[in-house]
Design a protein around this ligand. Structure first.
Ligand code: SAH
Ligand code: SF4
Ligand code: F3S
Length: 500
């Protein structure tokens, strides 16, 4: 937000405005008043707990949702016995889904003990009609359901549910969902609502959405169906947000999109991602720029140049390959071949020899043969990734791959998965030690969970370093001498006066 909003000044006797974000400011003010009454009745502050599943998009959405809840007057807690519990869900693989159902069963027992509690579900799973249907019938204790396109409406939905329940209690209606579940899921979004409150997890680093949705329709992937078509934010809005973040103490931003390389194509005045990156690079006070995710088919030479010429863009690129077999890549609708991918890696490394490369790989896509799998192993051998996320193919209803015959038997997939993971870990351990005995810039992020008097931080290339330090260093970029390599991370010591 440009200016903090004074919600107490909003006149609730007037009808709610139609325009956004004013409409949401109105409902936030209203919710704030209800919450204050509730809190006075209970004689304690109200608490909220958000559980986030899935990717960086969801993490950023959760920061926005928490921003709204804090304005309403909630205090954040990690405890699911809170007054308001929200699950921000993911549906990219079947097990993400299963976890949510499992946890809901537990929440039901919590709510039986505290009937005033509100339970809300949002995120990618809620964009699936069959999921919402199942929750309506089998999980009737849920209070609010909304989707990925209308997270900005949380305060309004909260008011609707609160008023419905209050009225039902007055009329003494019975049943677990007194007053009825509030369900509001949109198929698509025609606009991007700017200027809503956000509550960042870290004071010194932040994700910044540059675009929403995806147009790629990789044949295995549900994201385009649950996140909608690609929409880019205007560069001026992005730059203004980052300037505000920097003024507020942020030194590192992560530019977020399902495919940042196609940023700007949908704007009235198209801009390339490389152009945006060069503009972000000029923001004074900003020290590090990261971005996620890069689709190999759209990674331009212009972007490689912009990265190489920048001192702030981190030397790390997440470049999902998914498979090493050109035949499978075609079936996946990835629109590059193994050779094109390897050639791209070579161009990137020529421009930035010290770059750290990471990837995503799917094992067991329908029709994957042993030969196809060996092609994937070959890419891993040739690229030598710093690390890789490996996934067992998961059938997602509604995607083209779900209808493909010749799904690979489970035991075959498991065997391939284990072989791949083992090789990735071996290479990772070899590659990751390469900066040993050098001094590196490390952003100190948090106290070490396991070692007293130590901090955990990240190098420019995203590798984790543990080093002795105190809380006053958190959020600062410090020189650290890497003393010992532990495979995936380093032990170090600050290389200030007398060190290094
Ligand atoms: N937009 C990003 C990633 C989106 S999802 C990209 O294009 O790279 C993150 C990862 O989940 C994907 O890279 C893919 O490896 C994996 N994934 C997506 N759908 C999957 C499925 N049906 N089964 C297994 N893994 C999947
Ligand atoms: Fe899914 Fe492909 Fe879009 Fe990534 S690029 S979100 S894998 S459809
Ligand atoms: Fe999951 Fe949605 Fe992200 S399906 S991976 S949370 S875009």
């Amino acid at each position: 937000m440009n200016q903090p909003i004074d919600f107490d000044q909003i006149d609730l006797m007037l009808p709610p405005p139609e325009q956004e974000p004013d409409r949401q400011y109105y409902f936030t003010a209203k919710a704030k008043r209800y919450a204050a009454e509730e809190s006075a009745r209970l004689g304690r502050p109200l608490t909220c707990c958000i559980q986030t599943f899935g990717c960086q998009m969801n993490s950023r959405d959760s920061e926005k949702l928490l921003g709204i809840l804090m304005q309403i007057g909630y205090r954040e807690t990690n405890d699911e016995h809170a007054d308001f519990v929200l699950y921000n869900t993911c549906t990219v693989r079947e097990n993400a889904n299963k976890r949510v159902y499992g946890r809901l069963g537990y929440l039901n027992t919590v709510k039986k003990r505290n009937p005033d509690m509100l339970i809300a579900l949002c995120g990618c799973m809620m964009q699936e009609a069959q999921v919402v249907e199942k929750i309506r019938t089998s999980y009737r204790f849920v209070d609010i359901i909304f989707g990925t396109h209308n997270i900005f409406k949380l305060a309004e939905l909260w008011c609707r549910r609160y008023e419905a329940r209050r009225d039902a209690v007055r009329k003494d209606a019975a049943g677990p969902g007194k007053g009825g579940m509030v369900v509001d899921v949109w198929d698509s979004a025609d606009r991007i609502v700017e200027d809503l409150p956000v509550e960042r997890k870290y004071p010194f680093k932040s994700g910044v959405n540059i675009m929403f949705g995806c147009n790629n329709f990789c044949s295995y992937c549900i994201v385009p169906y649950v996140r909608g078509r690609e929409r880019s934010r205007r560069p001026e809005d992005i730059l203004a947000e980052i300037r505000r973040l920097v003024a507020d103490g942020v030194v590192e931003v992560m530019l977020l999109g399902q495919n940042v390389n196609s940023y700007g194509k949908t704007l009235d005045e198209p801009v390339t991602f490389a152009e945006l990156l060069r503009q972000v690079d000029q923001i004074e006070g900003l020290e590090r720029i990261r971005f996620m995710t890069s689709h190999p088919k759209d990674l331009s030479d212009e972007l490689i140049r912009a990265m190489a010429e920048s001192k702030k863009v981190c030397r790390h690129l997440h470049l999902p390959v998914q498979s090493g077999s050109s035949r499978i890549l075609k079936e996946m609708n990835r629109r590059y071949t193994k050779e094109q991918y390897l050639e791209l890696v070579e161009r990137i490394r020529r421009a930035m020899p010290d770059i750290s490369l990471t990837t995503d790989i799917i094992v067991g896509f329908p029709g994957e043969t042993e030969e196809d799998f060996l092609e994937t192993m070959d890419v891993v051998e040739q690229v030598r990734y710093d690390s890789a996320f490996t996934f067992i193919y998961s059938k997602r209803t509604g995607t083209p791959a779900a209808k493909m015959e010749n799904q690979v038997p489970e035991d075959v997939v498991k065997d391939r998965f284990d072989r791949l993971l083992k090789r990735i870990q071996e290479i990772s351990a070899e590659v990751c030690g390469r900066d040993l005995h050098t001094v590196q810039k490390v952003l100190a992020e948090e106290p070490d969970d396991h070692l007293d008097g130590y901090l955990t931080g990240r190098m420019d290339n995203n590798t984790v370093v543990h080093f002795p330090g105190d809380a006053s260093m958190i959020g600062k970029i410090v020189d650290v001498y890497l003393e010992e390599s532990k495979g995936f991370y380093y032990m170090g010591r600050t290389a200030g006066a007398g060190g290094g």
